[in-house]
Design a protein around this ligand. Structure first.
Ligand SMILES: NC(=O)C1=CN([C@@H]2O[C@H](COP(=O)(O)OP(=O)(O)OC[C@H]3O[C@@H](n4cnc5c(N)ncnc54)[C@H](OP(=O)(O)O)[C@@H]3O)[C@@H](O)[C@H]2O)C=CC1
Ligand SMILES: O=C(O)[C@@H]1CCC=N1
Length: 275
């Protein structure tokens, strides 16, 4: 995998997270290309990461074995259609990370014979703790499947889903998920400040607590419910906080939020696919 040349079309938040993670996991920067309309963003990527850059998407595709489509979903059709000729000629594996863009739309824009892996990564790929769901179309062979999986596994965990529709749920749970935890961190920090805690103290305690909770959940055989109960001493402080969360409709609110992200992913597939 480390000898394969990987090109990113779009060098924004998610692409730079993946590229930084790939390099940290041992992928050579000389094997990575990125194109973007934003020349300043490209220069920053080249200066920081020593990768190859171009303002021409087609020029990047000419160079590589795998093309990662990493532009916003709203511009993907235009980008794809402008690259059809070079993709048909070069036949790279195409990996789309765009939320809410269906395999069917990608095939319509790029040609039905193109091998496409659709996946949903997340920004913790930057620090090699990403979580990605993948789905391959029927043109993808075993070697290409392994290649896509290895790329995403080098920056975290990567799991195949059987049905493409499951990617809408992956998007709502782990794709958008880091933002939910950051929101909880923001809210906890505000609460800590209102108790008179110094900002830097609050931030570090909250960050380390999130890391500790995630680590113990990953390393333990116990469920989140069991782990929660281990913190909750009868008649103690946690019990009061949990009761306040439950009375405030925390579970229903989380369900509503995840459902809203899921619905938006489905809605985007319809809206952007019908353009
Ligand atoms: N951010 C996240 O957490 C996640 C994002 N994704 C998906 O990743 C994709 C990228 O998201 P994100 O990185 O957040 O978005 P960004 O806007 O940060 O990055 C997209 C980049 O593409 C550039 N761009 C726009 N038009 C073109 C073009 N025609 N050719 C080449 N580059 C172009 C943009 O430039 P400019 O800004 O000047 O328009 C921008 O630099 C999306 O499809 C999103 O659904 C998936 C999982 C998680
Ligand atoms: O918000 C979004 O649409 C993208 C997809 C998942 C995370 N960010």
């Amino acid at each position: 995998m480390k000898t394969k040349k990987i090109g990113f079309i779009g060098g924004g938040n998610m692409a730079s997270s993946l590229i930084t993670g790939l390099i940290a996991s041992g992928h050579s920067p000389s094997q990575i290309w990125v194109s973007d309309v934003n020349q300043d963003a490209l220069k920053t990527l080249a200066n920081n990461l020593n990768i190859n850059i171009s303002v021409a998407n087609e020029a990047v595709i000419e160079e590589v074995d795998v093309v990662v489509l990493a532009v916003k979903p709203q511009v993907l059709r235009e980008v794809a259609e402008n690259c059809v000729a070079v993709i048909k000629n070069k036949r790279p594996l195409v990996v789309s990370i765009a939320a809410g863009i269906a395999q069917e739309s990608l095939s319509r824009w790029l040609g039905t014979e193109v091998a496409v892996v659709r996946c949903m990564p997340n920004t913790p790929s930057l620090v090699l703790t990403g979580a990605t769901g993948l789905h391959a179309n029927t043109n993808v062979d075993e070697e290409q499947r392994d290649l896509a999986e290895n790329i995403l596994r080098s920056v975290g965990v990567a799991l195949w889903v059987d049905q493409e529709s499951e990617l809408d749920a992956v998007t709502a749970v782990s794709g958008s998920g880091p933002a939910y935890y950051f929101l909880l961190m923001e809210a906890m920090e505000q609460a800590a400040l209102s108790l008179g805690m110094q900002e830097h103290t609050a931030r570090l305690l909250i960050q380390q607590t999130a890391l500790g909770a995630a680590k113990i959940a990953l390393e333990s055989n116990e469920s989140p419910e069991q782990l929660r109960k281990r913190v909750t001493s009868p008649g103690g402080t946690t019990e009061q906080a949990i009761e306040a969360f439950e009375q405030g409709g925390f579970r229903e609110l989380v369900a509503k939020a995840v459902l809203a992200a899921h619905s938006r992913s489905i809605e985007m597939s319809k809206q952007l696919g019908e353009q």
